[in-house]
Design a binder for this molecule. Sequence first.
Ligand code: UD1
Ligand code: CA
Length: 473
Amino acid sequence: MLAVAVLAAGKGTRMRSAHPKVLQPLAGATLVDWVLRSCEPLDPHRRLLVVGHQAERVQQQVQRRHQHMEFVLQQPQRGTGHGVQQLLQPLGDFTGTLLVLNGDVPLLRSATLRQLVEHHHRSGSAVTILTARLEEPQGYGRVFCDDRQRVRAVVEDRDCTEEQRRNRLINAGVYCFHWPALAAVLPHLKADNQQGELYLTDAVGLLEPATQLTVADGTEIGGVNDRGQLAACEQVVQQRLRQQWLAAGVSFLDPASCSLSAGTRFGRDVVVEPQTHFRGSNSIGDGCRIGPGALIEDSQLEADVEVTFSVVRQARLARGCAVGPFAHLRPGAVLGEHCKVGNFVEVKNSRLGADVKAGHLSYLGDARLGRGVNVGAGTITANFDGTGKHPTTIGEGSSIGANAVLVAPVTLGRDVTVAAGSTITKDVADDALAVARCRQVEKEAWHKPAAPYRSATTPNRDPADPFSQGQDR
Ligand code: UD1
Ligand code: CA
């Protein structure tokens, strides 16, 4: 029987942040999300999270994404050993294996964790720790073994002698314990170290036999203590995600210029052009072409959608839509099949039926447009009256002339035509033409003959003065 405990109570002083370290973002998820996710394929019997610094916040965030978590409070935080001591009560007479992970090691592969657990069970050890041999071991605890490869001690970087510091075998912060054995030594940890904390690593030294498993790929165990390490982890995750999707049939024209999130899913034959970024959870259908220069966040795109130089957030686009260049789809934008939303068009909380065209310079907010509506350049739904937001409805087949203002709440029927430049404040019936602007007035012979001293061709303008408007009349 397997229980997993993740240590997430620390403050993360070296991040210099107002936020708890384990909630720092990495490719659209948090550090602790990545750690919890890496354990999921092991199908643990129990999942415990030790929280302390900003415990409520951490708990709330984690609960949103992970089910069946047990939260254990560590207050105050007196070190990783003290964190695990808090499990004595909730785990009680549990007799199985406890996998302990630091909440700041987000790059672990599930396969590696599985190997560790199997190695631990095969060896029958009291503890098996995950280690790595690093070129630059600074900051990590060093692992010392005897000639039979049994772990004798783990010494923290800050507690090492110069000699000990040269050891490149480091503790990854991932441990498999036989819980009853660990429970027996936990009360005996001492804080006689440079930080005056209770170290979980000291428990390893107290257990017998203690074995270790060295990972082949040292990048996997990268811990995040500062912003530099966070940035390095982001690079690794981005690289992994791009490789995963390249292998699954997505083309990237310039992979290094794009970023992905763990929650983004792609269909086949998607082309991602340079400078394109995906955040949160997205599903991108077969044959979509995204970018160059696009940001897609928490959105669903069906097949064959094109998005060029545009921002799409919390939106849903049916198949064959074309968006951009320079369009902004905001939360609640829902586009039917084959819609076109073009340059400088903003759509918010609006439902567009199939084949709607809004090609240029428009704002559509809190609106519902039927199939085939044509939105002329410069059309605005004036949805805000200074206190509240109001809806605009436009029936199918309607055509809105350029530069129209539709003052909400307002409803236009089917096949309505709105004259260009109209300000529509009243509902319009099916099939009607609505004209809401001054009739054009024409004054004959308004242009007076030239004054005698002016040139005949530009009678009223001073050719030397570009701002000259001509003579007032
Ligand atoms: C720890 C290990 C070190 C190892 C490294 C791997 C110890 C003493 N040292 O060092 O050997 O090489 O991880 O990355 O364990 N935490 C708590 N409660 C606390 C203190 C910390 O829950 O009281 C949590 C933190 O939130 C963090 C994790 O434990 O997720 C590790 O703590 P951190 O202070 O980062 O340990 P390191 O100094 O990196
Ligand atoms: Ca750490």
